[in-house]
Design a protein around this ligand. Sequence first.
Ligand code: USQ
Length: 382
Amino acid sequence: MKILILGADGYLGWPTCLYFSQRGHEVVGIDNYFRRNATKELGSESLIPVPDLPQRVKIWEEITGKKIDVHIGDITDYEFLLNIFREFSPDAVIHYAEQPSAPYSMIDRDKAAFTLQNNLTSTLNIVYAVKETNPDCHIIKLGTMGEYGTPNIDIEEGWLEIEHKGRKDKFLFPRQAGSLYHTTKVQDTDMLWFYVRTWGLRVTDLMQGPVYGLSTEETDLDPQLMTIFNYDEVFGTVLNRFIVQAIAEYPLTIYGKGKQVRGFLNLKDTMQCAYLAATQPAKQGELRIFNQLTEPFSVNQLADKVKTVGDKLGYKVTLNSIENPRVEKEDHYYNVQYTGLLELGLEPHLLTDEILTGLFNIVSQYKDQINKKAIFKGIKWK
Ligand code: USQ
């Protein structure tokens, strides 16, 4: 297959490029270095220094003999994106090229406006480029479990059948996002659903939970192939942050009661999910939605696991419940349906003590580079 990966330099984008390339697919990647630039501006760069994208693909080619083409540019520039679609004519496009951070979208009006403009325009441009060049191209869009929020009913896989005054219909599952970032993902889904209905596009929307981990089969081939790893309040996800905090002997930053539950997955499983979606595509005129998680955990459960493993490894791990900078329910019902990807063949890597120990071992090699000042700044929702 010919796969176009947008956001190819990112935490998920880079290992996804390698995953498809290793399995014999032709990969083209695009990135505008948003994450690198934004983290530099915030003083919270990747814990692991990684070469720039052209250098990374050069190293990949030296090690495996496999070639990945990359372009540095902004997909909100329609002509730039369209030219790549024309030249490459992908069978599938994977869209990771969004501003991915909830706290970033809540810093101020400018960052909110950037998030809105970047995320919605990039999705719109992909829709138009696909329609203009090859309407059969499968759009794989990274959504988020946060689109649903934390309703007091079971969360279904994308859709809900409703009976109202004796009549029935199927609708997108009700959405109530918890940040402006998450709201743009809701808007993306609505936009894609509109174009699927109107133009008959083929779309898979992956409702992903927070991802943790560092290691994939391909990035493990050489330290220079590792993915970007952020642990700061803005770009780090909670479990990755807790591991860095444990190693730095910084009290784990549990927001509020810590009873918030989210659906987590290992980085390795993100690769599998994207691959399963691409190799078993949605039908023409279908918006297929999968809930992309493998295990729900509360923040407290994660903190306890990190403490157990960290203490065993000789760190002094302490837990600290701090005032929640976000507006979110800290104690809520959470029961999610997530069978779609398992039915496609997903084999989950669950969060065992062994996996956590592996993460501790990699991160501890970069202990001296941890910038404690980046760990918590207290970006408030209001
Ligand atoms: N949390 C803490 N302490 C921390 C950091 C986070 O208690 O130091 C809590 C948060 O309050 C939240 C939960 O942990 O309740 C998850 O926070 P997170 O920062 O790991 O994840 P989130 O901001 O929701 O965003 C991340 C990714 C985003 C993705 C989303 C999936 O950055 O791109 O869409 O996970 S989901 O959470 O399912 O919406």
